[in-house]
Design a protein around this ligand. Structure first.
Ligand code: C5P
Length: 393
């Protein structure tokens, strides 16, 4: 989430049940390195207290135009002066109508009118209110006015109904806000990524797999979206939720993953093979469960085709980036793989350190040499790897 580091965000909260989610959003923004100044409408204070928001943001919360805490006595100008963005979450139907008309009869609406920074709003309302032609007209005009809409989502609502109008969850809002601030270094690039572990069936109930969690591949997919790329994600077994803004295709075994990649590789600019693909698959397809009888069981395996090596050997290949997970001689083995598979770039990491963990420490190997990256989160590693790819391109 490095794009939010040192960003000044004014978080506006308006009156709606979803206001309680704004508390979690503040926490997440601060964890991602942002500084958060909260401003609340009177309605918002019916749902969540300024005390909570002050405790979480570490700053006094502003609620009134007539607040004496701002040195020049003009909070509506002062609060947005240093802001990199104003985020309204939740944004009620009434507040959106106010924004549309340029009203400035409370602190938050005045702040929005007087701003000199982007405005992002996360609508939250009952589905009838959302679907009302008046709201829909307002949404269309607010988008034309350059305001960024974050959601809403569809699902269960506090009023007991189900439909469109739910505010996005705080984690999703954070992803969108982070994406908003990420430089679009890969704008318009088409990227195909494989991620996760393959599972090779022994019989209908048993598989051979590995410890890959898919975290590195999914972090790369999200970071690529944030940088403006169009991402197709071919994934095996993964332990965390898939990103929303990528084209996700499940491919559970090595053979299916090979076929899926070959089906989608045409016209891709970049191919990143992060998946831990099984090198061998059981030679025999057992359609019935193998019964326990002998003291030992032998299985025969066939070698699988190497997806990335075959992609890199296509007549007009995308820019291919491989991953090498090793348990010894990391750089030597990784470089051998890079040469053997004809890859312009390979990311070397220790299997014992990388598999399943949230952090990673990698070295990038290309024609120029080795570039060591610090030990950091996979999210941060993903963004550094993609910056290096963007530079190479
Ligand atoms: O040879 P090794 O499996 O260690 O190479 C790892 C790299 O090759 C990774 O980028 C992985 O996604 C890719 N790979 C592949 N198809 C295979 C095996 C590995 O694309 N069958």
């Amino acid at each position: 989430m490095s794009s939010l580091a040192n960003k000044h965000i004014v978080l506006g909260i308006t009156g709606g049940v979803a206001a309680y989610k704004a508390a979690e959003l503040v926490r997440l923004l601060i964890k991602a390195g942002a500084e958060v100044q909260v401003a609340m409408t009177e309605g918002a204070q019916q749902f969540i207290t300024t005390v909570t928001m002050q405790a979480l943001s570490g700053k006094p919360v502003f609620t009134s135009m007539w607040d004496g805490g701002v040195p020049n006595g003009m909070p509506h100008i002062e609060l947005s002066r240093n802001a990199d963005a104003i985020v309204i979450a939740p944004a009620s139907a009434d507040f959106m109508a106010k924004l549309l008309h340029g009203r400035a009869d409370d602190l938050l609406s005045a702040l929005c009118l007087a701003r000199d920074c982007p405005l992002l709003i996360a609508p939250a309302m009952n589905k009838q209110m959302w679907e009302n032609p008046a709201t829909q007209r307002n949404v269309a005009q607010l988008i034309r006015d350059g305001i960024t809409m974050l959601g809403p989502d569809s699902g269960d609502q506090a009023c007991g109904e189900t439909g469109m109008g739910r505010m996005l969850e705080p984690e999703d809002l954070l992803t969108h806000i982070n994406s908003f601030f990420t430089p679009k270094l890969l704008n318009g690039k088409r990227i195909l990524i494989t991620a996760g572990a393959t599972q090779e069936a022994i019989d209908p109930v048993r598989v051979i797999t590995n410890l890959s969690s898919g975290k590195m591949g999914l972090a790369l997919a999200q970071a690529a979206v944030d940088m403006g790329a169009d991402v197709t994600l071919v994934h095996g077994k993964v332990e965390i939720p898939l990103p929303h803004s990528t084209r996700n295709i499940s491919a559970i075994d090595a053979e299916t993953m090979y076929k899926t990649v070959m089906q989608h590789v045409a016209n891709q600019d970049i191919f990143i093979g992060v998946a831990a693909v099984a090198d061998y698959s059981p030679a025999q397809k057992n359609t019935q469960k193998i019964k326990k009888s002998e003291q030992t069981l032998s299985l025969e395996f066939n070698k699988n085709k190497d997806i990335i090596a075959d992609v890199a050997s296509l007549p007009n290949p995308p820019f291919c980036v491989g991953f090498a997970a090793e348990s010894e001689n990391l750089l030597q083995y990784a470089e051998q793989k890079r040469i053997a598979k004809k890859l312009p770039l390979i990311v070397a990491n220790m299997a014992t350190q990388a598999m399943g963990s949230d952090d990673n420490e990698v070295t990038l190997l290309d024609d120029v040499g080795a570039h060591h990256l610090p030990n950091t989160s996979k999210t941060e590693t993903a963004s550094l790897v993609l910056r290096h790819i963007a530079q190479m391109l």
